[in-house]
Design a protein around this ligand. Structure first.
Ligand code: NDP
Length: 244
């Protein structure tokens, strides 16, 4: 989309691969000064080569103290995309404590923490801001083997609404995008089985999975002034899955 983010400072988490990487590139090309946070240094190095000017922040979001130090020092930002997440699929009866803790720490606790740090800086600066949290169709539908993942995304939708309520008076908007399956690394690991993917596609009215760009376009819309009156909402990028 022809949106301009000229001069705006943006933080994108999980920017090494997949959707987050594409968001970082799109924001940078639309004029934003982008900080790209991810875990694997090699991904951030290749991103900086692809898009000179992007500032790499290499850390594990499950580490509270490292996150506080790195994000605090990198700000302030006017735009934040909480995109990093992990999907460890286990049948409910086999969910492990380690998988539960990891998923909660990255998918939910880190969103709260990064948003606190960034929102406090927005408020101190007196600048309006926009936060987009990357949720999923899995926040609103039970999916087999997704007990923990579905729970984190459902909690993320509600966290986003409370954030929208409390941050609105500071002119900080908070919304989510909720995609269906996207064939990134995460999507490929979990949906490459043709039978499983065919069963999901059959439940999607538009008859296909989402492309990375479908999600990027919706995120950019929610970051931009084109959605100036929208906060506390969830934008489905699911081909109609949730109404089917
Ligand atoms: P990918 O697995 O392709 O990429 C995730 C990125 O997040 C990677 O760069 C990864 O780095 C980073 N990341 C993960 N954990 C951490 C951490 N602890 N600290 C810092 N960085 C981390 O995922 P997608 O692009 O597919 O997913 C992006 C978002 O979209 C997620 O929130 C996901 O839940 C959501 N989503 C995805 C769907 C799909 O089908 N793909 C469907 C619906 C929603 P590294 O690889 O180095 O760990």
């Amino acid at each position: 989309p022809h949106l301009s983010f000229h001069g705006r400072r943006a933080l994108v988490t999980g920017a090494g691969k997949g959707i987050g990487r594409a968001v970082a590139v799109a924001l940078s090309r639309a004029g934003a000064r982008v900080a790209a946070l991810s875990r694997t240094a090699a991904d951030l190095e290749s991103l900086a080569r692809e898009c000179p000017g992007i500032e790499p922040l290499c850390l594990d979001l499950a580490d509270w103290d490292a996150t506080e130090a790195a994000v605090g020092a990198a700000g302030p930002f006017e735009l934040l995309v909480n995109n990093a997440a992990v999907a460890v699929l286990q049948p409910f009866l086999e969910v492990t404590r380690a998988a539960f803790d990891r998923c909660l720490d990255v998918n939910l606790r880190a969103v709260l923490h990064v948003s606190q740090i960034v929102a406090r800086q927005m408020i101190t600066q007196g600048t309006p801001g926009a936060i987009v949290n990357v949720s999923s169709q899995a926040s609103q539908r039970a999916l087999r083997d997704h007990a923990v993942y579905c729970s984190t995304k459902s909690a993320l939708d509600m966290l986003s609404k409370v954030m929208a309520m409390e941050l609105g008076p500071y002119k900080i908007r908070v919304n989510t995008v909720n995609p269906t399956v996207v064939m990134t690394d995460m999507g490929r690991i979990n949906w490459s089985d043709p039978q499983k993917s065919a069963a999901m596609i059959n439940r999607i009215p538009l008859g296909k999975f989402a492309e990375v760009d479908d999600v990027v376009n919706s995120i950019l819309f929610l970051l931009s002034d084109k959605s100036a009156m929208t906060t506390g909402s969830s934008l489905m990028v699911d081909g109609g899955f949730l109404v089917s």
